[in-house]
Design a protein around this ligand. Structure first.
Ligand code: HEM
Ligand code: HEM
Length: 173
């Protein structure tokens, strides 16, 4: 099924979830620049795509938010005892997924580097812009927050599957 239902997430939500999981995992590899100044396989093959994949993720998250709002009335429901916590956790994941690329663009624009994803110039190089650079300084702390959220979210999903065995993971598979 293309759309979501009360029983499970549909094809489109599934595609957004797993394609973006892979791309965000790729983006988080940028932390690898802290090891040997990025002079390793990850730093030389995956990380050079950071700005391009990040810009693609900005487009994907906007589409995903639109899709999630449309699907809201028919999405799988949560156990009432923890529903607020689950919804709060998913909201934080959405907020971090949106703020990451936005703050990344601020790093580039704020430092006057311009924005050229996949070789297509969207913003030309220019002067430094102090306010954009200040917003861009949130990029790194937000990345660590997103990493913590993703580890927590994945851990809970695996706990449901292997310990509680309640089929929560299956509705996203
Ligand atoms: C979901 C999207 C993104 C994720 C998950 C992400 C993740 C990260 C991570 C983990 C770091 C390293 C932080 C550290 O070592 O403390 C980083 C740095 C960086 N990112 Fe991103 N990023 C994303 C999008 C973008 C975009 C769209 C741009 C540019 C248009 C960008 C530009 C940069 C730059 C220039 C740095 C190095 C400077 C800095 O740490 O402030 N990122 N990003
Ligand atoms: C970058 C990594 C990830 C992010 C940002 C993320 C984000 C989200 C978000 C926002 C939702 C709410 C539904 C939606 O709108 O799509 C969700 C649902 C879900 N995710 Fe993830 N996810 C990630 C990785 C994973 C991984 C690795 C697993 C499994 C091991 C997983 C398992 C699930 C499950 C089972 C649900 C459905 C939970 C429910 O509705 O009760 N996710 N995820």
């Amino acid at each position: 099924m293309i759309s979501d239902s009360k029983e499970r997430y549909g094809r489109i939500s599934w595609l957004f979830h797993w394609v973006m999981t892979v791309l965000i995992g790729w983006q988080l590899m940028k932390i690898g620049d802290r090891i040997a100044e990025g002079e390793h396989w990850i730093g030389q093959t995956l990380v050079p795509w950071h700005v391009s994949i990040g810009t693609l993720l900005l487009v994907l998250i906007v589409l995903r938010i639109g899709w999630a709002l449309k699907q809201r009335p028919q999405r799988p429901e949560h156990d009432p005892a923890t529903a607020l916590l689950v919804k709060g956790g998913h909201f934080l994941l959405y907020a971090a997924m949106l703020l990451m690329p936005l703050s990344g663009v601020m790093v580039m624009v704020g430092n006057g580097y311009g924005l050229t994803p996949f070789g297509i110039q969207l913003i030309a190089k220019g002067d430094e812009i102090a306010w954009a650079s200040t917003l861009g300084s949130l990029h790194s702390p937000l990345a660590w927050l997103l990493l913590i959220l993703v580890v927590g979210h994945t851990g809970i999903a695996l706990l449901h599957h292997f310990v509680k065995r309640d089929g929560i993971l299956k509705r996203m598979l």
